[in-house]
Design a protein around this ligand. Sequence first.
Ligand code: A3P
Length: 339
Amino acid sequence: ENMFDLEPDNKFKQILPTIPIKKGSWSLDLYQYEGFWYSLSHLPGMLFAQEHFKPQPNQVILSTFPKCGTTWLKALAFAIMTRSYESEPTNPLLSRLSHDCVPFIEFNIRSSQQRLSLDVPLVSTHIPYTSLPKSIIKSSCKIVYLCRDPKDVFVSIWHFYNRNVTRVLESELGSELGITREKAVLEEDVLESFCQGLLSCGPFWDHILGYWRVSLESPEKILFIKYEDLTNETVYWVKKLAQFIGYPFSLEEEDQGIVQKIIDLCSFENMSNLEVNKNGVVTVEIGIKKDEVSTYELKNNMYFRKGKVGDWKNHLTPAMAIQIDQITEKKLSSYGLTW
Ligand code: A3P
């Protein structure tokens, strides 16, 4: 079944003439909708999800801005939920990218393997809170939001796109997506776009703020986690995550070291060294044209770079770091969020 089969891109066609369009980094066309910018690879699927996605009862929504640790959060939540019946050798996380275990609601990422037959009540999204499908907002589903120091997110995005865009440029999809400029872009250019919010799902700060404010009002609805906290106090946050999504660890499980086992399974070191994540590929399906799904291949190792806190220090000049910090300070500090 394909999420674009039902009603291809009608809504997208309808709104297209009425929404602002701008060029972001890599000359990527971006479309503004409900206060956020989206690339063509994101918007049609998001509109589709807004109209058609219906969460199952007790489904958990994992939400992130791209490059905030989605791959890690998916692995942790999946491992937590499946721990009672998936022991070491059979755990799907050992043979699949976590994106191939937990689907996005706005596009499909799949490997050449058969679809997972397990019914794990987990989905993920990059959609900002205010644009989430109403069905999610109205439901009693829990949302876990993982965010990260904007400086590290910028560095992670920059690397991801530089490696990825070359690939996309080589394919037909490059022209469909409107990417025309020859790769290699200055970090300064990309930083400017990042700061102006000109990237898919941007502005980043508004994305964070949407989830943060609701998590303050309704902590039972949204668990807000920082990548840095998850890195530094992993045991605490993994237990908290398990409890929040309704799969708390029993004392017996804790005594058996199950928490640490899950942490080790999902660690950057372990995940990035798995054969599937070193050499595997996944196909990303996005709905751009009517009756047709565009696809592109991504190497799984694109999702694993360094997995460190503070790598921005190796890439950004002090002036660049200050530029980002000033926006964080201006937009988030009055709400009690700092990095
Ligand atoms: P870096 O580029 O800073 O290394 P996303 O999953 O949202 O696309 O985010 C990707 C970022 O998360 C990358 O950051 C990647 O290395 C890091 N990452 C991936 N798997 C991880 C894991 N198991 N633990 C910690 N970080 C991880």
